[in-house]
Design a protein around this ligand. Structure first.
Ligand code: ADE
Length: 236
């Protein structure tokens, strides 16, 4: 999978060299390329923003540098098999199903806006060349799209075959079955007076699976009842 990131803070993405994604990059499972939007400016101050039409606080990113950056990555006149993601608190919610869907796409482009966002014509314009998605990490506001992109790239990247060594570990995670994950334990059996639940030490695989499922449902009902169908969320 190829992932391009357009940003005015390329240094944010240094962490993509670390851990699982770093290995995936070195092994060419993920081709991650970071582009500095300011390289697409032509004035002395490398200006990327301006005041909003209609007034209001804050600055909006001007369309011209974005146009140039996209022209280089997704040339005009072709339909590209790519998804362009604009991280934005005004976008659709990023979820595990969306991560799974995006993990199938051969090419992703993350367009990291800052300030009050990017001139709306940019997404409109690029929609003629590739699929465009405005995506929100959650109902809160970050200073820009960089941290949101990084979170999405990690969630998507680990679903690309080969990135996570043991693919079975992807199956039993939170959100894969529409539930939060059951609690996990390791050695020692007793730690500071707290004991590992006996069923997990029983060797009875059926009982262990049933206990884990029950715990997952109970935890989901307690912490995230919105994930359950209404009847299940209310049941006690
Ligand atoms: N940019 C600013 N806030 C954001 C959020 N909540 N999700 C995605 N991108 C953002």
């Amino acid at each position: 999978m190829r992932v391009d990131i357009i940003t005015i803070f390329p240094e944010f993405f240094g962490v993509l060299d670390v851990s699982l994604l770093g290995r995936a990059r070195r092994e060419s499972l993920l081709d991650l390329r970071v582009h500095d939007l300011r390289d697409c400016t032509h004035d002395r101050h490398r200006t990327v923003d301006d005041t909003p039409y209609g007034g209001g606080a804050g600055m909006v990113m001007r369309p011209e540098p974005w146009g140039e950056a996209f022209d280089a990555l997704l040339p005009e006149g072709e339909q590209h098999d790519a998804v362009v993601v604009f991280p934005s608190p005004a976008g659709v919610r990023f979820t595990q199903p969306l991560a799974r869907e995006l993990a199938q796409v051969p090419r992703l482009v993350f367009a990291c806006g800052r300030y009050e966002g990017i001139d709306a014509r940019v997404a409109q314009h690029i929609a003629g060349r590739a699929r465009v998605l405005e995506v929100s990490l959650g109902d809160y506001v970050l200073n820009g799209g960089e941290v949101a992109s990084m979170a999405m790239i990690e969630a998507i990247g680990r679903l690309v075959p080969g990135v996570v060594g043991n693919p079975e570990s992807l199956v039993e995670e939170s959100h894969e079955a529409g539930l939060l994950e059951h609690p996990s334990y390791t050695k020692p059996q007793v730690w500071r007076g707290l004991e590992v639940p006996e069923v997990l030490r029983s060797g009875n695989h059926g009982a262990i699976a049933a206990w884990r499922r029950e715990q997952a449902i109970e935890r989901t009902r307690r912490v995230r009842p919105d994930l359950l169908p209404p009847e299940a969320a209310e049941a006690r």
